[in-house]
Design a protein around this ligand. Structure first.
Ligand code: PEP
Length: 255
């Protein structure tokens, strides 16, 4: 069986200024023991990336951006490109987060273009997908997930391969920032469907190596049960990643 090293990722959203970001990276780094056997990643706001980088690097914490533009440069006021994120020290970029999709009206096609651009820039995309409560209650969860996967990864489907390291994050919209977590069984059902979809479209090798994270109100007290599911390869954490203590409680889920 292919080993998928667990990943614990923190999305800091539009929280933390430069000083708070550095302090948080330092506090997380101070709490790491070195025997975690997980990849730890944080995604501070754009302005804080390059300042946080040396502190993250020292602790082998991976650095991600929360979004990017699909062009490399140009007259796109207010946008940030993949090469800029690479130069700031990022290895990863979160794409298609539900807040981007719902507040900023990002479409699957936007995410697809960004994912291609990320790969061209040498950034590993973390592609987020997830259904709303209305869609779940209408029994449309799997249809929505499949539509988002096919749309957000359409360029890679044409090529028949996913860029090495590509990560997917299943984040049911109704569980993000609400305190309402999917049960481990609910999450596993969707993760298993995502894994089957990957196998059908890209083959067993890609499916076996692709990490699928769960996100939605993950806390130190629910992480262990989530991580015991076979197709949950880690978590993307919002609120609980903003305090070193709770984030470390999640990182140390094996105790
Ligand atoms: C997120 O923003 O990706 C997220 C999962 O948030 P929270 O953990 O606060 O639900």
């Amino acid at each position: 069986m292919i080993e998928r090293r667990p990943m614990i990722a923190g999305n800091w959203k539009m929280y933390t200024d430069i000083f708070e970001s550095v302090n948080l990276v330092k506090a997380v780094s101070a709490g790491l023991r070195g025997d975690e056997e997980v990849d730890v990643l944080v995604a501070p706001p754009f302005t804080n990336l390059s300042v946080a980088k040396p502190f993250a690097e020292n602790a082998r914490i991976l650095l991600a951006a929360q979004n990017m533009h699909w062009e490399e440069s140009g007259a796109f006021t207010g946008e940030i490109s993949g090469p800029m994120l690479r130069a700031a020290g990022c290895t990863h970029v979160i794409l298609g987060h539900s807040e981007r999709r719902h507040i900023f009206r990002e479409t699957d096609e936007d995410v697809n273009r960004k994912a291609q651009a990320a790969a061209r820039s040498g950034l590993i995309p973390i592609v987020c997908i997830g259904e709303t409560l209305e869609e779940r209650e209408a029994g449309k969860t799997f249809a929505v997930i499949e539509r988002q996967l096919a749309g957000s990864l359409s360029a890679f489907l044409v090529g028949g391969d996913l860029p090495a390291g590509t990560i997917l994050a299943y984040e049911p919209v109704w569980a993000i920032g609400t305190g309402r977590t999917a049960t481990p069984a609910q999450a596993q059902d969707v993760h298993q469907a995502i894994r089957s979809w990957l196998t059908e479209r890209f083959g067993g090798a890609v499916s076996g190596r692709t990490r699928v994270l769960y996100g939605g109100s993950v806390k130190p007290d629910n992480i262990t049960d989530l991580m015991s599911e076979p197709d949950i390869d880690g978590v993307l954490v919002g609120g609980a990643s903003l305090k070193a203590e709770s984030f470390l409680g999640i990182v140390h889920y094996r105790k």
